[in-house]
Every structure is written in structure tokens, then in C-alpha cells.
Design a protein around this ligand. Structure first.
Ligand code: PXG
Length: 465
């Protein structure tokens, strides 16, 4: 048996991968025919693949590598914790020091009275917790009919049955009999794609008021909570018009429902504040966190819970828990991650220096002939591709065909920039420097030029009628 290591030729690693590794959100056959890209190292904002190419990671892994790759302090903390106490559970009236320290730290950095933490292994698991917690909360308060969670189309809340049901991704609902009962989806605030002839301001209000309409239609007595990402990430970095969030807050204040902010992407500095709720001026009762909690160095998610909900839940036995709740190694790594974010003032640097610098350059991308809208909040940005800017036309080809061509050109130009349908998106590590921002913009522009040329060559430069 040969030892499998990065010393093996790429083709051999790819063949083994195709033979045994089932990839998420992929068509395995197509991937096997082509061969997966093998990533071998990470340093700061840069990845190295098995052929020695250096690639600028414009997606921070999967929206998570906030402090950048290769921080040896993180490895040291993990090794120390593994030697001391690699695992213990927090069931059966026990706890451990990393769980205590991280919970206190999260209560310190979280806004408002989100002073309590229920841990999970991922964002999806945390959202499953949230569904149960919201329903148990109302049952405990003598209102067991309050069961329905209102969410939004094109939202992403995870891949577990609960998370995918909360999410509003049609291709996910088409597989495996989703969504579960008791989840209702309203429309998303995507003005570019769905705003029609309305101004962005009018459209923002119209979309927010769908929440009020849904509460009326479903009956306030049946609605437990509203869940939303401050900025929809996986849906294509959809930045709502400015009228949207204040109206949502007004509606949530008026009716007796819980607000759940899914901060899995927006949390830990991504929007230029510690949490996206602060950026959009929203006061949630529960917050879902994961990704930037550990900067992806360890898998961990959690629900941050306000005093009132924690007190009600705390008065009953909440029959819910995961083997890896508050895993000590993940907790120690999360603490070190937060220490780095705080000591190095990474969030402040994003807010005051690098995000404004990136914003100026990103918004100029609207001058590219294929870009109709360039949106950015902190360190998450999107470009809407179009064959005709004035009419905000979609391409005649199946959604994502042109986006995919551009994504391919990004790969060829050693930049990770994703496509979601025909939107291009970025979410770089928060430690990206100004010269690295310049490189990102240069490569993105070049990739769009090449993607546009390829679209024209393949007869795809056509507007949908
Ligand atoms: N909520 C949000 C807002 C997310 O972005 C989850 C929950 C689920 O977290 P876990 O840790 O269970 O994956 C996420 C995850 C994409 C993509 O294609 C995004 C995510 C996951 C996978 C793919 O952009 N976000």
C-alpha cells in the first residue's frame, strides 16, 4: 500500500479522490472525468495546489477563513488542548474550561443580551437547534401553536433536513422530500433580479411587508420566528435596498415572534462589524454562528441566545444535544481566533481601511460591459452579469451558464471567485492587504473580459426575451 501524500502525482491523487470521495453539491461523474483541484497548502490569503500554482483565495475557503491561513498559534492551541483534554462532553452535569471560557467570551463580543450559548458542530446543526428551541420556547410560554418559522426564498441555512427546509433553495427542496412542515418562505429582497419597474426603495418596503402579510395570513398565533441572513451569502450576496431592514425590524417589534439572525457568514467581522445584525441595525433573539467563529480551523457552530429565551428554555429539560457540543479543541481554537481578531484589531481594520478600499474598486467594476450591478458590504461582494444593463436583462441561456464560464476563467487566472447563477461573488479573508485587493480586482476584471469573449464566441451573448 503506497502512502497517500501530497508527494503523489496530481493525476493519481485525483483518481483516488474520484474513486472514493463523494463531494458535496457536485455531479460526481463530471468531477471524476475532469479531476478535482488538489489544494495542498494555505498561507494568508493564498492557496497552493498540487501542481505548485499559487491561487488568491477570494472566497476565504467557504466564507470562513477570516484570520487567513497558516496561523501557527491556532495549531499550538489545538495541540495543547489535545494533550490536556482532547474530548469530554457537556451532558450529564459536566463542563470543561474551554467551554466556560468561550461562552463567556462570546457573551462579551455578542451584541445586546445574547449572553447564552448552545453549541453545535456546524451552522446547519445550530439552525436545527434553533427550530426546536423556538418551538419549545413558545410551548413553554403556553403557546404551543406558535410553530411556523418564516424564512425567505433563495436563503441558505444549511444542508441538514431542518437547515435545508429553512433555506429557500429550490434545487435542495426538489431532493429528499423537503421542506418539512411548518416552514413558510417569503420573497427575497433582490432588486436587480426581481424589482421590475419599482425603485429599489419601494421594492425594499414591498418585500419587507411580505413578512407582515405572511404573519396575518398564517395567524400570529401560529408563527414562532422569522429567520434571515443579514446579507444573503450563498444566494449570491444579495444586499437589500436600504428601506428593507428598518421595515423588517418594525414588523418584528410589532408582532410577538422571535427573530433569528443567521450570522454563519456575516458574523465575526465579515460585514465590517463583529456581527451583520449590527451592520443592518437588527436586534435578534437568537443568532446562528459558525464559520468565522473558528475561522474554519475547527468545525464548530452555535446558537447565541438572549436572556429571555435562555431563561424560558432553562426552566425545562431541553431534550436536545450533540456528541460534539462545545468540543474542547474547537472551543480552544475559537477562543484563540477571537483573541487574534481582537488583539490585531482585524475587524476595525476591515471597517476603516480595507473594506472602504475594496468597495471603491469593486463598485468601479460596474464599468465593465458585462456588469450591471456591483454590490458590496464589508468583505462580501457581488456582480450581476447581464447582456444589457439598461433593461437589467437576464441571459437567454440557462441561469449560471455565463457565470460558470467566468468562474472557469477565474480558476485559469489563479483567483477563487465563485458564481451563483449569473452573479459573481467574493468574500476574501479579512486580513487581505491593499496590494492583494489590487491583485484580486485585476484578476477579476481580466477573467470577466475573457468570460465575455468566451460567451460571445459560444453564441451566449443574448438577452432572454
Ligand atoms: N447558514 C448560512 C447563512 C450559511 O451560509 C449555513 C448556515 C450552514 O453551515 P454549515 O456549517 O452547516 O455548512 C451556511 C453555510 C456556498 C455554501 O455555496 C455556503 C455554505 C455552505 C456550503 C456552501 O456558498 N454556507
Amino acid at each position: 500500500m503506497v502512502t497517500i501524500s501530497s508527494q503523489l502525482p496530481t493525476a493519481e491523487l485525483q483518481a483516488l479522490d474520484a474513486a472514493h470521495h463523494m463531494h458535496p453539491f457536485s455531479t460526481q461523474e463530471k468531477l471524476a472525468a475532469r479531476g478535482a483541484r488538489v489544494i495542498t497548502r494555505g498561507e494568508g490569503c493564498w492557496l497552493t495546489d498540487s501542481d505548485g500554482n499559487r491561487i488568491l483565495d477570494g472566497m476565504a475557503g467557504l466564507w470562513c477563513m477570516n484570520i487567513g491561513y497558516g496561523r501557527t498559534e491556532m495549531a499550538d492551541v489545538a495541540a495543547k488542548q489535545m494533550r490536556e483534554l482532547p474530548y469530554y462532553n457537556t451532558f450529564f452535569m459536566t463542563t470543561h474550561v474551554p467551554a466556560i471560557a468561550l461562552s463567556a467570551k462570546l457573551a462579551e463580543v455578542a451584541p445586546g443580551d445574547l449572553n447564552h450559548v448552545f453549541y453545535a458542530g456546524s451552522g446547519s446543526e445550530a439552525n436545527d437547534t434553533n427550530i426546536r428551541m423556538a418551538r419549545v420556547y413558545w410551548a413553554q410560554k403556553g403557546k404551543p401553536s406558535k410553530q411556523i418559522i418564516i424564512s425567505r426564498k433563495n436563503a441558505y441555512h444549511g444542508s441538514t433536513i431542518g437547515g435545508a427546509s429553512l433555506g429557500g433553495m429550490t434545487p435542495m427542496h426538489e431532493q429528499g422530500g423537503l421542506p418539512i412542515a411548518g416552514v413558510h418562505h417569503i420573497d427575497q429582497p433582490n432588486w436587480w433580479a426581481e424589482g421590475g419597474k419599482m425603485s429599489p426603495e419601494e421594492f425594499g418596503l414591498e418585500r419587507a411587508r411580505q413578512l407582515e402579510q405572511a404573519i396575518h395570513d398564517l395567524g400570529e398565533d401560529n408563527v414562532a420566528a422569522f429567520i434571515a441572513e443579514p446579507v444573503q451569502g450563498a444566494g449570491g450576496v444579495i444586499v437589500p435596498p436600504e428601506t428593507y431592514w428598518p421595515e423588517i425590524q418594525r414588523i418584528c417589534d410589532k408582532y410577538e415572534i422571535l427573530l433569528i439572525a443567521d450570522e454563519v457568514i456575516c458574523g465575526f467581522g465579515r460585514t465590517g462589524n463583529w456581527f451583520g445584525s449590527e451592520t443592518v441595525g437588527w436586534k435578534p433573539h437568537i443568532m446562528t454562528i459558525a464559520k468565522g467563529l473558528t475561522s474554519g480551523y475547527q468545525p464548530m457552530g452555535a446558537s447565541l441566545v438572549c436572556d429571555e429565551v435562555a431563561a424560558v428554555i432553562g426552566a425545562c429539560e431541553f431534550n436536545h444535544g450533540y456528541t460534539y457540543n462545545a468540543h474542547p479543541v474547537a472551543a480552544a481554537v475559537a477562543l484563540e481566533n477571537i483573541r487574534i481578531l481582537q488583539d490585531e484589531k482585524i475587524v476595525e481594520r476591515v471597517r476603516n481601511e480595507t473594506a472602504p478600499y475594496l468597495k471603491e474598486k469593486w463598485e468601479k467594476m460596474v464599468e465593465h460591459p458585462m456588469v450591471g450591478e456591483a454590490k458590496i458590504v464589508g468583505m462580501m461582494g457581488s456582480l450581476a452579469l447581464t447582456p444589457h444593463k439598461e433593461s437589467r436583462a437576464k441571459f437567454a441561456s440557462e441561469a449560471g451558464t455565463v457565470g460558470y464560464l467566468c468562474r472557469e476563467r477565474c480558476f485559469a487566472n489563479s483567483l477563487v471567485m465563485r458564481h451563483v447563477g449569473d452573479r459573481m461573488i467574493i468574500s476574501p479573508p479579512l486580513v487581505i492587504s491593499k496590494p492583494e485587493v489590487d491583485t484580486l480586482i485585476e484578476r477579476a476584471w481580466k477573467s470577466l473580459d475573457e468570460g465575455m469573449a468566451a460567451a460571445k464566441k459560444e453564441g451566449l451573448w443574448q438577452a432572454a426575451s
